[in-house]
Ligand binder design. Sequence first.
Ligand code: SF4
Length: 494
Amino acid sequence: MNLSKSKYCTFLQCPKRSWLNCYKPQEAFVSADTKSRLAAGTEVGALARGLFGTFVDVTTVKENGSLDHAAMLQKTREAMQSGEETICEAAFSFDGCYCQVDLLHRAGGGYEIYEVKSANDLKEINRHDVAFQKYVLEKCGIPVSGVYLVCLNREYRRMGDLEIAFGKLFKRTEELSDGLKEEEAVGENIARAKALLAQQEEPGTTFCKSCASCEFFGYCRRGLPEPSVLDLAGCSDKWEYANRGILTMRELLDSGEKLDARVRQQIAHACTQREPEINREKIKEFLSTLRYPLCFLDFETMQSALPPFDGTRPYQQIPFQYSLHVIGEEGAEPKHCEFLADAEGDPRRALAEQLVRDIPEGACVVAYNMKFEKAVLKELAEAFPDLALSLLGIWDNMRDIMLPFYRRYYYNRAMQGSYSLKYVTPALFPEEKEADYHNLEGVHNGSEAMDIFPRLKEMGEKEREEARKQLLIYCGRDTWNTVKIWQELVRVSK
Ligand code: SF4
């Protein structure tokens, strides 16, 4: 079994994860977010190949779709012998260790290693990734004249064609060879990784903060009580508690650990039999900050590693849809307005224009978790200075209806410790089919909306109509449910 750079890095993050990847890959749950991150990686990697102009790509695929390592090793040798300046996916192997270098660039009397990441920021583990590559190349007798990590440049704004250059779409770190001191134990780490991956026995579980984003989290937490300490939100010590055998929230409460007030409150709510808990005074106080006309707003956005339109940055949230319920005065029926772009071209201008028409001037705008809506409004205002006054007016008049749930002025056990709209709504209206997002067809959450919208242009007419209908129903449900939550808060406050 070859030890690749990704196996090596996974081992350093969590030995059990690397073992499970080899022996029980079927237990992994790969989320839609992970899949789109991988797709973004491929897209960005393909563009980065042009960073030094012309290049040779040695990628070779077998009939079954897997990489042909032997052929890639051979092609790399040939490309180096013929003096190629830049080789993509250059392959090297030494003593059971195998790596492909994203970009191998001939310079400074040797070869520079460039590892490309499709993120705006680099992580500590990325340094281990290049340290592993440097180790393998040097063991193969290749003079390494530089080591660099490359990522997307969050300051870059597209204008016209994407500019494939450092300081434009991409940025690189300073030369890292001398800075890889702590990663020098590569040889020792490799020996430990090989020994672990050779053993048949499954390693024990040591929880840590990377568990939250691990594809095996569901597998590793099997057998833990529900809810367990791992269900505590905003408690950075929960992993350590679980490792020490403190598994239930009750056990944690009884353990005498010093806990902050929010954690204590969560545990009390999760363990309490009293429900619902309602703090009428605080809810009244919150409601007094709202006034008519009331506008309930929700945006759907898309986000891509490569800025798709002029004026956009890597990973910018680009709104393509909104739903708005407007209640003009006390007792009035909510009026529904919505916008959904047609997936051709930049949706922002048309969306912003309709939004400022739909929201009455000076209206009180209510959103659930308004941080997101506010960030979108601010970027729209920057993009369209002629609409900025109106857009920033909306921004100014925004109120967050998540607050009574975030602060636990209203809580019942069905919320399962969460204040997310997807938990709060069914918890408040358990009998109502519309409150449950699982009943929706096609689009159940923002990630699915984000995934489906850019694909509309590739769909046939019938499929596109159906997908658009699903997007409209999903987004409309978000604001309708927010209206109902507001009505419920008004009801209980009396
Ligand atoms: S869930 Fe945590 S312990 Fe389990 S494999 Fe993933 S990172 Fe390791």
